[in-house]
Write a protein that binds this ligand. Structure first.
Ligand code: TUI
Length: 315
């Protein structure tokens, strides 16, 4: 058992949070992770509120354990989704891709634990002052929308900046990553890419196969020129995106090109013309396992890594 400030805050056995990935993190995956003793998280993405409500209700029907919902702040439905979290008494709300300050107070008044993703120490400090209960320090190794600081540098910097539990994300794909995050002062980890390759994840089998086939150099970043950097697997879509960006296309043209690409990969399984968002740990993913098994295995690997480190002392 690894008991940390995060397991205490959330009331869960293991300090492992599953990323709330748009299109990918549905109730099936979140239920399996929460039942496995981690924190399962639903990804609201840019989905309308009725779809998100259905997901919350299905998840509640399949687990009585704590769970979360991720709200990306660029969603056109952000206000309604926050109101839904309050009405449905969602226990944990994570936010991403922006500054959630206006929503922290109302969510906390409704009893939610609020955990924003941050990509800098300064934002972490500001959000904790505004009432954030913990923060996710997400490095640029992550898949999807990213900041520009690596996990190794960001996590200790955020740990020093705040007094609340810090969750490390980006570049964590197994128990060695969890042990390393704890060594950096984090109280737990969030894993996204690794959880895509689980039996319960509804992502298309082509998406899972593309991650398993990838190595650590298989990802690239699209969208940086329009201020929306997204890490995904290098494929014909990503190369065309890059050409468009280098060829002086307008922001509108680039946005139009990118729209709908994640859905195409996750739902339709088109891993050539879709955006296969994944982190650099894609290179570490070699199998598809039940999510609860992954949680168990990750904890066992972290405990073994900590034992190995401890055995180095006094030699
Ligand atoms: O949100 C994410 N990752 C995502 S969201 C997403 S959905 C999508 N769909 C289609 C195209 C593009 C994206 C895919 N991946 N991660 C959380 C995250 N938040 N990473 C970095 C940040 C972040 C960055 C800047 C958080 C706050 C921030 O602050 C800026 C500010 O406003 O001060």
């Amino acid at each position: 058992m690894l008991t940390t400030a995060l397991t205490e805050l959330l009331g869960i056995p293991h300090p492992i949070v599953q990323g709330g990935m748009a299109w990918v993190a549905t109730w099936e995956l979140a239920a399996a992770v929460s039942e496995g003793g981690g924190l399962g998280i639903l990804g609201a993405g840019s989905a309308p509120v009725d779809w998100v409500r259905g997901q919350i209700r299905s998840l509640k029907a399949h687990t009585t354990r704590p769970f979360g919902l991720n709200v990306p702040l660029f969603s056109p439905f952000v206000e309604e989704v926050v109101a839904l979290c309050i009405a449905e008494r969602v226990p944990v709300v994570t936010t991403g891709a922006g500054n959630p300050t206006p929503y922290i107070g109302p969510l906390k008044e409704a009893g939610a634990i609020v955990i924003p993703v941050v990509a800098s120490g300064a934002l972490a400090k500001r959000l904790v002052r505004s009432g954030a209960d913990a923060v996710i320090a997400e490095g640029e190794e992550s898949g999807g929308h990213i900041g520009s600081v690596s996990t190794m540098a960001l996590v200790p910097l955020v740990v020093d900046a705040v007094t609340v539990p810090v969750i490390a994300a980006g570049g964590v794909g197994d128990g060695r990553g969890l042990a390393a995050a704890l060594a950096l002062g984090a109280a737990g980890v969030q894993m996204g890419t690794r959880f895509i390759c689980t039996c319960e994840c509804i992502a298309h089998s082509n998406y899972k196969a593309a991650i398993i086939k990838a190595n650590e150099r298989s990802t690239m970043v699209t969208g940086a020129s329009i201020g929306h950097p997204v890490r995904c697997l290098r494929n014909p879509m990503a190369r065309a995106f890059e050409e468009l960006e280098q060829g002086g296309a307008t922001d509108e043209e680039i946005i139009a090109f990118g729209t709908g690409r994640l859905r195409r990969a996750v739902v339709e399984g088109d891993v050539a013309s879709g955006s296969v968002m994944a982190g650099q740990v894609a290179g570490l993913v070699h199998d598809i396992v039940p999510a609860a098994e992954l949680v168990r295995r990750t904890v066992a690997e972290a405990e073994a890594a900590l034992d190995r480190l401890n055995a180095l002392r006094g030699r």
